[in-house]
Design a protein around this ligand. Structure first.
Ligand SMILES: [Zn+2]
Length: 236
């Protein structure tokens, strides 16, 4: 049995991860069960409730390649709570969440309700797949990139480099870029005393770099520093 989410088509994997994230936010403790199934695994499940005891869990024979699990386009979930793995109310809630992000939920089928099951078919039928039609190559979604960008913007807000979120998210305001660079520089300089001395040295304000780095300066040195800064600022 394969429970590896990496065995799924990348788009389906992304949707599965998004679903888990949504569940987490809703306080639901959900895990991924089966993902990709080999022909043998599918046949084994088909036998359940037919030639093997148990309830019927699938109408798809392995050799017919008629389960989306066999095409890496389906996965099953369960609640990570012993004895309540397939609680119907919980599965219904997860089903709604899955549908909200574009997944097809097995619980919505009238003929064979399969509440732990989710799939994303790219509009391809089993017949299409068996005829050799392939799901499109995966291209990372814009939302995923933007999520990362939004997190980064939030970090800069925390650090008070950015004040107004909507000036930078979802799209940056190009004409504010010089201000942004200035604030970033100030923040980085603040964190690095040696760099501050290096900049003063670069401007000809501090000459004895080592003394200043080791903070062995005396009153006379400080007076000299202030005088030089005054001259420098007047020149600007
Ligand atoms: Zn399934």
């Amino acid at each position: 049995m394969c429970r590896d989410i990496n065995e799924l088509h990348p788009k389906v994997k992304e949707l599965a991860e998004a679903l888990l994230e949504l569940c987490k936010r809703e306080g639901l403790n959900i895990k991924i069960g089966e993902t990709y199934r080999t022909v043998e695994r599918q046949d084994y499940l088909y036998e359940q409730g037919r030639t093997r005891p148990g309830n019927i869990v699938t109408n798809a024979r392995g050799s017919s390649m008629s389960s989306y699990h066999q095409w890496r386009l389906a996965f099953d979930i369960y609640q990570n709570i012993k004895g309540a793995e397939y609680d119907s109310n919980i599965l219904k809630r997860v089903g709604k969440l899955g549908q909200s992000i574009g997944l097809e939920w097995g619980g919505s089928w009238s003929s064979f309700s399969d509440t732990p099951h989710f799939q994303y078919t790219f509009g391809l039928s089993i017949k299409d797949l068996n005829l050799g039609k392939k799901p499109p190559e995966y291209i990372p979604t814009v939302e995923k990139i933007d999520q990362e960008y939004e997190k980064a913007v939030n970090t800069l807000i925390e650090k008070q480099i950015i004040n107004i979120k909507n000036a930078w998210y979802p799209q940056p305001t190009v004409r504010y870029t010089a201000q942004l660079v200035e604030k970033i520089s100030l923040e980085l300089i603040k964190l690095d005393y040696d760099l501050q001395i290096k900049i003063l040295n670069n401007k000809g304000i501090v000459i004895e770099v080592e003394k200043w780095k080791k903070q062995e300066y005396k009153e006379e040195d400080i007076k000299a520093l202030i005088k030089k800064v005054a001259v420098y600022l007047k020149k600007q």
